[in-house]
Design a protein around this ligand. Structure first.
Ligand SMILES: Cc1cc2nc3c(=O)[nH]c(=O)nc-3n(C[C@H](O)[C@H](O)[C@H](O)COP(=O)(O)O)c2cc1C
Length: 134
């Protein structure tokens, strides 16, 4: 693999190598906000040498989260946490990427270890989840 560790340039972005970390949802956000856990995780991956680092899927609406603990970017209060994550990735020599997403009508469920496929008891009533088990 002679090219794996060589830089890759696309327009004005240059990766130090061709190794990318896939987005992997961690279910550790609170109300969509990314915190110290995300700074630690993605910063350490950049420090470990990934050229491109995707933080997990970032939901564009609260209903579009996979679970209620997914990261989001539907409100200005989400900016600071995501900015911290992108800043540490850059400081560690990586390039931050983003995956904007919406899980669809079956999204916004409970965390996997708290009974995924169940809506949390305090989930606001909405019309998006009709037929969710069909
Ligand atoms: C815990 C976990 C969370 C994941 N979350 C996402 C995600 O948020 N977005 C996404 O597109 N893929 C997600 N995936 C899929 C991974 O990004 C990746 O595509 C998958 O692990 C296969 O990787 P590979 O093609 O390198 O083998 C997740 C995978 C795992 C194991």
């Amino acid at each position: 693999m002679p090219d794996l560790f060589s830089p890759f340039t696309l327009k004005d972005v240059t990766l130090r190598n061709r190794i990318a970390m896939s987005p992997m949802t961690m279910h550790r956000s609170v109300d969509g906000v990314m915190g110290d856990y995300h700074v630690m995780l993605y910063g350490s991956r950049a420090a470990g040498g990934f050229g491109l680092v995707f933080p997990e899927q970032i939901a564009i609406t609260p209903e579009g989260r996979t679970t209620i603990a997914c990261a989001g970017l539907w409100d200005d209060r989400h900016i600071e946490g995501l900015a911290r994550v992108t800043r540490i990735i850059k400081e560690m020599g990586g390039v931050p990427a983003i995956q904007l997403g919406h899980t669809g009508r079956k999204g916004s469920e409970q965390k996997p270890w708290e009974g995924k496929r169940q809506l949390p008891p305090d989930h606001p009533p909405d019309t998006l989840h009709h037929g969710r088990d069909s």
